[in-house]
Design a protein. Structure first.
Length: 59
């Protein structure tokens, strides 16, 4: 994991807002528990691939 980010630097304000936004969208679409789990798995995969937006808002 030499390419991994330091965990503390990943949790920016925009990171939290982006995660919250994606979860809110999942809930609003009525996707339930499984949808929330899938959204969190997608976020995790995007983080591992360096594709999840940490510095700017996705809203």
């Amino acid at each position: 994991m030499s390419d991994a980010f330091a965990h503390s630097t990943m949790h920016t304000n925009n990171y939290y807002l982006n995660v919250e936004y994606l979860l809110d969208q999942t809930i609003a679409e009525g996707l339930g528990r499984n949808g929330i789990i899938e959204t969190l798995e997608d976020i995790a995969a995007d983080l591992q691939e360096g594709e999840f937006e940490l510095q700017t808002s996705i809203l």
